[in-house]
Design a protein around this ligand. Structure first.
Ligand code: ZN
Length: 229
């Protein structure tokens, strides 16, 4: 079962499988929202098995260090994003559209630096932590971005975002470290036949939206429009 936890500017997700797993850890200041969501789900902090981060940005790793202290859960992150969380900084946030440029000063905040307990490449199994999802590296937004595949659903971090205005619609993420790599990740995800994608910002959308910005002939990313919703 998947529970979305709405933070100030991003989503975390609680997976209630064999053992509870938190996917992403909010922005700095989201701690009480996350702890309240655990309480509502009937999960005492000590039962949390794992904090798995889709990437190392401040609005996904912001409360990871404090949550580890409070729960004892281990923090897992792709090795390529370790430099971000070791410094507690986002690095360069390259805006993909005007709205990204507008909000950058407000969302680019430092967070408590930490050393992850589990640094992984492709292929590490989290089954000992009760997590049966397949972890797919989907770099581009950051070098170490990953997605979690849960049957027909996926948690995709910031590969794309949802729309501020339109339900069920995908938009390019506000920021992207390497657009060409992100396009390859979109192609990889779009081949999974996903029914539903849950992004790190705003609402979820059908898997068919993954191809919204891909040219079906070339498989390359279409020109981004100025539509910012
Ligand atoms: Zn991000």
């Amino acid at each position: 079962m998947l529970i979305r936890i709405q933070g100030a500017i991003s989503n975390c997700f609680l997976l209630r499988s064999e053992r509870p797993v938190l996917v992403d850890a909010g922005a700095p200041g989201d701690l009480h929202r996350i702890l309240a969501a655990l309480r509502r789900a009937g999960i005492t902090p000590a039962r949390l098995a794992l904090i798995l981060l889709t990437h190392g940005h401040s609005d996904h790793a912001g409360c990871a260090a404090e949550l580890r202290r409070r729960t004892g859960a281990k923090i897992a992150l792709h090795v390529a994003d370790a430099p971000l969380v070791r410094t507690g900084r986002n690095g360069v946030l390259a805006a993909q559209d005007p709205l990204g440029r507008l909000i950058r000063p407000f969302v680019d905040e430092p967070f408590e630096a930490f050393e992850p307990d589990l640094l992984f490449h492709e292929g590490l199994s989290f089954e000992p932590y009760g997590l049966t999802a397949r972890i797919l590296p989907t770099p581009g937004h950051t070098p170490g971005s990953v997605s979690l595949l849960l049957g027909g659903e996926a948690l995709i971090g910031d590969v794309l975002r949802g729309s501020l205005v339109w339900p069920n619609r995908a938009r390019p993420s506000f920021f992207c470290h390497d657009p060409a790599a992100n396009t390859r990740s979109l192609i990889r995800l779009s081949r999974e036949g996903l029914l539903r994608c849950h992004p790190g910002q705003f609402g979820s959308f059908p898997g068919t939206q993954l191809g919204r910005y891909l040219d079906p002939a070339s498989g390359r990313l279409l020109e981004l429009s100025e539509e910012t919703a």
